[in-house]
Ligand binder design. Structure first.
Ligand code: MN
Length: 305
């Protein structure tokens, strides 16, 4: 039996996190144990893992697509030579100097999946279907939409219930060929639902100064298709910042237009007691502060599409 290295992977809970995990499995030729996280629960979940596992006993621990620089003390706890941190989020790149011992691959790139693919020279060992999958994940994570079906792949990913990574590996570990009938049905259902939400939006707007510049914000209510709804309102109502208020989960998602430079992570910290994210995508839990802020909005009269 070949010796198997003792490895653990911490990865983001989104499509890029799943893609990065798949690349690490292909690179190490092992089905690696993993934990999925988001920026907001990284400190709690990794902290609990460190309390219950002996980091020194691992050959390698990978942290992929997660900006752990925002969790106080977390970089310091993970800064060991057997830890590899791979990421492309801006604030993490700016915090790179805080690592002294860990192996870091933190740099500007279109996705973490792509970084892992390149760092292990996977172009030599992956099938053409797997390479296509890398292109699709990379296209979606960088929001370029130049590769066909990348948006649909993300729809399928978020349609999974329970352990999304396991299902993603199960259905796309061998790469992308085409969507099966069941997946096509899911995509069709999603598109209908999104169309319905777009047709019935209750749109509110305000213009206020944020970080030294007047920004036009549009806010709507929706409890599914959040990213697509945000994307739609930003483009359709030509605003700088789009907010999607989800009354079912009690959360608010904040996105910005391609041309806007607002630091949405900082904005979320101002608006919420529990909130945060990245410069270009953030959110938080509805609280008194946010309710006070929401009084600045006025209903917008719009034509139905
Ligand atoms: Mn990513």
């Amino acid at each position: 039996m070949p010796h198997k290295n003792k490895i653990h992977v911490f990865t983001d809970c989104d499509l890029d996190g799943a893609g990065a995990y798949l690349m690490l499995c292909l690179a190490t030729k092992q089905k690696l144990p993993y934990t999925t996280l988001r920026v907001v629960d990284a400190a709690e979940k990794i902290g609990a893992w460190l309390d219950n596992n002996d980091l020194q006993s691992y050959d390698r621990v990978y942290i992929a697509d997660l900006d752990i620089s925002q969790s106080p003390g977390l970089i310091e706890r993970l800064d060991h030579p057997n830890v590899t941190v791979i990421d492309h989020h801006k604030q993490h790149i700016d915090s790179k100097d805080r690592y002294n011992h860990a192996d870091t691959m933190i740099r500007t790139d279109t996705s973490t999946t792509k970084i892992v693919y390149k760092m292990f020279n996977l172009s030599e060992s992956l099938s053409s279907e797997q390479k296509l999958l890398v292109l699709m994940v990379d296209d979606y994570d960088s929001y370029k939409f130049k590769v066909p079906k990348s948006h649909e792949l993300n729809i399928i990913f978020w349609s999974y219930q329970g352990d999304r990574i396991a299902k993603f590996i199960d259905e796309f570990g061998i790469g992308f060929v085409s969507f099966n009938q069941q997946q096509q049905n899911i995509i069709q259902f999603y598109n209908k639902k999104l169309h319905n939400i777009k047709s019935n939006l209750d749109v509110h707007t305000t213009s206020i100064s944020i970080q030294g510049k007047t920004r036009r914000i549009v806010a709507v209510f929706a409890d599914s298709c959040i990213n697509d709804v945000a994307d739609y309102i930003i483009k359709n109502y030509k605003c700088d910042i789009g907010m999607v208020i989800n009354l079912r989960s009690n959360k608010v998602s904040i996105r910005r237009s391609q041309s806007d430079q607002t630091d949405l992570n900082k904005l979320a910290e101002k608006l919420f007691d529990q909130g945060g994210g990245h410069v270009d995508a953030s959110g938080g839990v509805i609280c008194e502060k946010f309710l006070a802020f929401s009084k600045l909005f006025e209903p917008m009269k719009i034509k139905q599409i």
